[in-house]
Design a protein around this ligand. Structure first.
Ligand code: 5GP
Ligand code: ZN
Length: 114
């Protein structure tokens, strides 16, 4: 059994509130939402961050962003605008080291991010 939490979600060993999926990625609601819509998009393959996905599996990175766009449409946040965030490394507040993109929307975002 994998020790990676998101690999365990991919494998169905840990339950998640899945909202969409495609051949390369799975989208599920963040357990601790930071916005009215807060969905995580993760690749099915294990890579530690999006930079590593870009190197190892560019098609998976494309699949992640296609799924993020679909989630934004499905959640009706695409028209007003939404934010995609890929925290990369501990100093950027990455806490789960299986690549993921946050899809955040449903409220006005601040800038710059903290
Ligand atoms: P990071 O800080 O690495 O960019 O984001 C990791 C995200 O994963 C956090 O927003 C956190 O709330 C979320 N998270 C951590 N554990 C779980 C879990 O077991 N289920 C779900 N759905 N989200 C989780
Ligand atoms: Zn993993």
């Amino acid at each position: 059994m994998s020790e990676c939490l998101f690999c365990r979600i991919v494998a169905g060993e840990v339950l998640a509130d899945t909202v969409a999926e495609n051949d390369h990625a799975i989208a599920f609601r963040d357990i601790n939402p930071a916005a009215p819509t807060h969905v995580l998009v993760i690749p099915r393959v294990h890579e530690p961050n999006v930079a590593a996905v870009a190197s190892a599996s560019p098609e998976a990175l494309v699949g992640m962003f296609q799924l993020a766009a679909q989630v934004a449409d499905d959640e009706a946040i695409a028209e007003d605008g939404y934010r995609l965030v890929a925290n990369t490394g501990a100093a950027a507040h990455q806490t789960v080291f299986h690549a993921h993109v946050h899809v955040l929307g449903g409220r006005t975002m601040g800038w710059p991010p903290g």
